[in-house]
Design a protein around this ligand. Structure first.
Ligand code: ADP
Length: 359
């Protein structure tokens, strides 16, 4: 078609080939083109995107502009963004209304699993997503401590109200049991406790429910996957060979119980000297990335060791990690990579039923 004769029909046909990141479906099919104005060689589009995809909004805007410019090289394209509402479907036997349920796991303790679960929750929330964080690490619940909140959750209309910190809806056994008190859990009790946690908490509608799993074991993941469909698990490891072997075992365990492994995060990957700013690979380097490639698992990113991150965790200010200029790019990259990988999966296997193509 000659470029100086662009019609709205042609533009809509081009838009119909562009996929929504959340569903992998056409933005025209799902009525996400909220407005379209074509005036000569100027096109202004308002694209509606869901808050689920918030970390990808800017990338999606650029992709759509590039997509249209490829089709219509002389067109001046402006893409504006607006929120597109799409409610989550109720999931599993407990009817959880969350679009993605992401378990954060590690082969062993002390690798920063709870911190990474908190960083994911904070990063997604900061981007604009609606986020819940469930501390299922019942043997050592550290989410209340990381967020500096030990408030007793309130009960309203028979449901436990999550404790909201920094806009994140938190629930943890740590809110219910006194700090420092050991709780012994046996299999069936654990299953009951998790069921109650998930079912009796007034989570509301969520884009993401991040679940901090206890280290090493498979039973909590298994219980969880029976209660609500897990989107998958993110495995946190440190670069030492021994820690990597534990991570490999954790991945094998998830695969055995048919939980998708969404990716690996390498925590404490290196130490950046605050004085000379040089990188020191204390535990070696590149191990997790190589292992992830061997296992065909996405590598979501690394987080160096920063004293500030440890201090913020200790002080109950984990969300302030995003105010740290050195750490922030690493933390944001992990959130973005995770959502981009989820979106790529949706593109490969769209979940919503196909609707008739309009326009
Ligand atoms: P896990 O859940 O695997 O047991 P935590 O998240 O509780 O581990 O982290 C263990 C300790 O390491 C905490 O004191 C935490 O603040 C600290 N920590 C985690 N990641 C980092 C990091 N990248 N840099 C510095 N300290 C970290």
């Amino acid at each position: 078609m000659p470029d100086d004769n662009i019609t709205e029909v042609a533009v809509r046909a081009a838009l119909a080939k562009f996929q929504d990141p959340e569903t992998g479906r056409s933005i025209v099919q799902l009525e996400q083109v909220h407005a379209l104005r074509l005036e000569g060689q100027r096109l202004t589009i308002t694209l509606g995107l869901t808050t689920w995809a918030a970390p990808l909004w800017e990338a999606t805007r650029a992709e759509l502009a590039a997509h249209l410019s490829r089709q219509f090289p002389n067109l001046q394209v402006t893409v504006e963004l607006a929120v597109h509402q799409r409610k989550p479907e109720k999931l599993g036997e407990i009817g959880l209304a969350a679009k993605s349920v992401i378990a954060v796991a590690a082969g062993k303790g002390g690798v920063g699993k709870s911190s990474v679960a908190a960083y994911l929750a904070c990063g997604l929330r900061r981007a604009g997503c609606t986020v819940g964080l469930m501390d299922a690490d019942v043997y050592g619940p550290s989410i209340p401590h990381l967020f500096g909140s030990h408030r007793q959750p309130e009960i309203y209309e028979d449901r436990i109200q999550p404790v909201v910190v920094e806009g994140i809806r938190l629930m943890s056994m740590g809110f219910l049991a006194p700090e420092g008190e050991a709780v012994i859990w046996r299999g069936p009790m654990l299953h009951t406790a998790l069921t109650q946690f998930l079912r009796d908490t007034a989570w509301g509608e969520l884009d993401y429910l991040i679940v901090d799993l206890p280290p090493g074991t498979g039973d909590v993941a298994l219980s969880l996957s029976q209660l609500a469909p897990l989107t998958g698990a993110v495995i946190v490891c440190t670069p030492q060979v021994v820690a990597l072997l534990d991570a490999v075992k954790a991945i094998a365990m998830f695969r055995k119980v048919s939980v998708d492994v969404l990716g690996m995060v390498e925590n404490m990957s290196c130490f950046v000297c605050p004085d000379c700013h040089r990188r020191h690979d204390i535990f070696g380097s590149g191990g997790a990335k190589r292992r992830a490639a061997e296992l065909d698992v996405p590598f979501l990113g690394e987080i160096p060791i920063y004293t500030e991150l440890r201090l913020l965790g200790d002080e109950g200010k984990v969300a302030a990690a995003f105010e740290q200029p050195q750490a922030r790019p690493y933390l944001e990259a992990i959130c973005r990579n995770l959502v981009a990988d989820l979106a790529a999966r949706q593109r490969a296997h769209p979940t919503l039923p196909t609707l008739p193509i309009l326009g």
